[in-house]
Design a protein around this ligand. Structure first.
Ligand code: T1G
Length: 708
């Protein structure tokens, strides 16, 4: 067990080094060692300055998030007490910020008198992303040291700021750019401060400078973040904590901060967001494949087949991280168009100031196009992104099998088709898997990696690690229609459309979904994605299952027959005039017509409650998730949560469908499913509870407790 801190004496300076890999998270042990070392330095008369440093690549990742579900988080010495002790120390304390200082790590530095940093260092208060707020003085000290505007921006966005910006803001006092021994530089800096008789700078003696801020700044800020914080609990409390810093002396402000922190800590939202934090870090762990003993394949060159929107977006992921990439399209004109779209994407980013010309040129130099399969014979990975038709994909894989070098990984970007069937078209099924990107492929972080029956472990691990290299969150899925995300959400679409036949309006369904926290309701999403796309994708669905009941999508077929595809044609489930969206009375008439044709029982909108819409469109996602889990399609429940939250708009503050179910109680979900199974026309088909759900309820267990 390494020592949680290292204690060194450099002349008249005591250096306390955080030494708790991998991120110096401030658990009880580290807090205890840190405080003991501080007292030791204060008792040493030969010491007149103290430097707080880190032994790792980063300074400190903040409080130990895994403690929040236990009493350890507040066990003494708790983090506020450690920060208060740093601030109250009779000796000058300097923070040596060598890298990321996040959350409580940033708060430690704010409680020091001075801060020296390396240029690559960043300070951030990302607690809001965990459904809480800085609880160790950050909301009180940062406004005093860096100003209200900076504090509001950092605390409500959770985004870290670089050392240079923090130097400009007066938070960092010294930027060390000489590239020498940083701890020694921090010791020298501390000794200079002592020699110059620089005073201690306790926030207890500081008040927030409100002279140059408008009295309306807090309400203006509320309005500015209203859209992105819709439904979230913590952002408002972050603002209230900063307001308190402007109104109260530090001691009172710290009490108010603690009160607001505790209001956030024990909430479903905080549990949900912390669940996703760990879930995101768990996806890459594949049972039975040890990354330490599994050699992965080197991916030096990539090819993408298909120069359409998906192909182009996929290619961008690789050139963004410096991997040479070829796009192959047999249609030369389409290829040129596709390459042009990529350049335009980068030029747009350049205009927004988020890319330099040099970076643009560098990326484009890594990109090339070809219409000849022979040109991609030596690539290490091919990703097929052609039209979603099995016959076309099979043809491509036959050609790839005949063309590509042995050991090349052959991946399909299919969103629903049978990867085993595709693999069987080749002589190398062990090299075949699915890489299901989500549109826009260069933006969406989720990547479903579909493990076919014969996919080799090293090929799978190679693509999981490659996914992380291109900044994706990889979730491994087994082979079934729709893998994890499309399969789990199929019922969300089906029930929403069925409810329209039964008498609910698209607007009512949209309202329920947006109030639940979806960025937009399912009817609006259908109009955005295109009713024609949905219809065509389902054509292949029939090859998979006989459980498609034509009544469920009847309203879409009627609109499709009238060429009303949604936003793209100005009319679908709604009427679109520019950015305006109007309800279309004809949709309700078409729904009544379809209901009559299929013998669907109609009700008045008033008879269809919001609760019924919520239960019938969200709970089946949970039920399908239970099946996906039990069948081993997903490795763990939290993987399903990541897919739904990162790829399908499931509200982050609900943590994904499985976390949401655990939070509201599986019994409540089961009871509702049984109710609809017993009362709806096709209840037996669509609301039959998954055996795993019934079992967990019987055992009094949660999805989080389920181990395959
Ligand atoms: N607590 C516990 N475990 C943590 C952790 C943390 N703060 N940060 C990381 N880990 C684990 C992580 O689960 C993984 O574990 C391993 O460390 C490596 O992480 C009072 C209340 C710091 C940028 O929100 O953003 O301070 O999977 O894979 O890519 O105001 O971790 O190996 O078993 O992410 O190099 C605020 C959270 C806390 C920062 C490093 N702090 N962490 O990224 O490694 S609340 C945060 C990160 C707080 C105070 C409040 C990142 C990182 P495993 P990793 P990385």
């Amino acid at each position: 067990m390494t020592n949680a801190t290292l204690y060194q004496i450099h002349g008249r300076t005591a250096v306390i080094i955080l030494n708790q890999p991998p991120v110096n998270s401030l658990g009880l042990a580290l807090r205890t060692h840190l405080l003991a070392d501080l007292k030791r330095a204060e008792a040493d008369e030969s010491v007149d300055a103290i430097v707080l440093a880190s032994s790792g690549k980063l300074f400190c990742g903040g409080a130990d998030i895994s403690e929040f579900s236990s009493d350890d988080a507040l066990a003494e010495p708790n983090l506020p007490q450690v920060c208060d002790a740093l601030e109250a120390s009779p000796k000058l304390v300097v923070a040596a910020v060598n890298g990321l200082a996040l959350g409580g790590g940033c708060e430690l530095t704010l409680a020091c008198d001075y801060r020296i940093a390396l240029p690559a260092a960043k300070l951030g208060l990302p607690e809001v992303n965990l459904g809480i707020l800085p609880g160790a003085g950050g909301t009180q000290r940062l406004p005093r040291i860096g100003g209200v505007q900076l504090a509001l921006e950092m605390i409500t966005s959770g985004r870290p700021l670089g050392a240079a910006a923090m130097l400009d803001a007066g938070v960092i006092d010294n930027l060390y750019q000489d590239g020498g021994n940083f701890i020694q530089a921090a010791v020298d800096f501390a000794q200079e401060l002592v020699a110059q008789h620089k005073p201690k700078r306790s926030c207890f003696e500081m008040s927030v400078d409100t002279s140059n801020i408008s009295s309306e700044i807090f309400n203006e800020f509320r309005a500015a973040i209203a859209r992105r914080s819709r439904g979230y609990y913590a952002p408002e409390r972050c603002i209230q904590a900063v307001e308190a810093a402007c109104e109260l002396p530090l001691a009172e402000g710290l009490k108010r901060e603690h009160q607001l922190f505790m209001e956030c800590l024990d909430t479903p939202q905080a549990r949900a967001q912390q669940h996703l934090f760990f879930a995101e870090r768990g996806v890459a762990k594949i049972p039975g494949i040890n990354p330490k003993t599994t050699a992965t394949r080197e991916i030096r060159k990539v090819a993408v087949i298909g120069s359409g929107t998906m192909g182009g977006g996929i290619a961008m992921n690789f050139i963004n991280v410096g991997i040479p990439t070829q796009i192959l399209d047999l249609n030369g004109e389409a290829l040129e168009r596709g390459l042009g779209v990529i350049r335009k994407n980068y030029e747009y980013t350049l205009k927004k100031g988020k890319l330099s010309q040099a970076q643009l040129d560098e990326r484009m130099a890594l990109l090339s196009g070809t219409t000849d399969y022979a040109d991609i014979a030596d690539v290490d990975l091919v990703i097929e992104a052609v039209f979603e038709k099995m016959e076309i994909k099979k043809q491509v894989f036959k050609t790839l099998d005949a063309t590509c070098k042995p050991g090349a990984i052959l991946a399909t970007n299919t969103s629903t088709l049978d990867v085993d069937e595709i693999a069987a078209e080749t002589s190398r099924p062990q090299d075949v898997l699915g890489l299901h990107f989500f549109s826009p492929a260069n933006v969406m972080r989720l990547l479903e990696i579909v493990r076919a029956n014969k996919t080799a472990p090293d090929a799978l691990l190679t693509t999981v690690q490659l996914a992380q290299r291109i900044k994706k969150v990889p979730v491994v899925s087994g082979v079934c229609w729709g893998f994890i995300g499309n399969r789990a959400t199929d019922s969300y679409l089906r029930e929403s459309m069925s409810l329209i036949l039964e008498g609910a309006s698209p607007a009512q369904i949209d309202k329920v979904h947006t109030e639940f926290g979806m960025p937009m309701g399912l009817p609006s999403m259908v109009d955005l994605a295109g009713i024609d796309v949905g219809i065509l994708t389902r054509e292949d669905r029939k090859a998979f299952t006989t459980d498609l009941d034509p009544s469920h999508f009847a309203i879409l077929h009627k609109l499709y027959a009238k060429q009303r595809y949604g936003q793209k044609t100005g009319r679908g489930l709604y009427i679109y005039e520019g950015r305006d969206k109007q309800e279309d009375p004809e949709v309700l008439e078409l729904a009544a017509e379809a209901a009559k044709e299929f013998g669907v029982t109609r009700r008045s909108p008033e008879q269809i409650s919001d609760q019924e819409i919520l239960e019938r469109t969200i709970y089946p996602i949970i039920n399908e998730g239970a099946r996906i889990l039990e069948e081993g399609i997903a490795l763990r429940a939290s993987d399903i949560d990541i897919v739904l939250a990162y790829g399908f708009g499931f509200p982050i503050f609900r943590g994904g469908p499985m976390q949401y179910a655990d939070e509201i109680g599986l019994e409540r979900v089961l009871t509702a499913l049984n109710k609809y199974r017993d009362t709806l026309d096709k209840g037996e088909l669509w609301f039959k509870p998954a055996p795993l759900l019934e079992r967990l309820v019987k055992e009094g267990k949660t999805f989080a407790q389920y181990q395959a």
